[in-house]
Design a protein. Sequence first.
Length: 149
Amino acid sequence: MVAEIGGKAPKFSLNGTGGRSYSLDEYLGSPLVLAFYPEDFSPVCTAQLNAYSKASPDFATLEAVVLGISPQSIESHDAFAKRVGITFPLLADTDKGVARSYGVLGPLGFYRRSVFVVDKEGFVRFAHRSRAGLTYRPSAQLIDVIRSL
């Protein structure tokens, strides 16, 4: 089953930055933004995650949490977060199992830049799966979705 708007968000538990694991269940009760991105240190991914980091106060005002998810290792995520200044956790989906459950893998098994907003009850309320991956959903759009919940 793949994540769809109005359906339950697929559960996950992944290791991430900060030396801990993160699961969908721990964020029930708060809006959650799941930002799937193809690769640490790539130009578009850097721009996207920087934009979401700069909007962290706006997400926090709405009690929303942002998590970045990609297939690189925790070591890569730690280096990326430190060098670029990412302010939210980055999770390592090294086997791409979470990407599969959210339907964000392209035809060759590569991550598609995608973003989901999950409401307080764990239902998907917004989903965007990019085809080319050269653009991303702006923070303001995600904040508007969260405000409308």
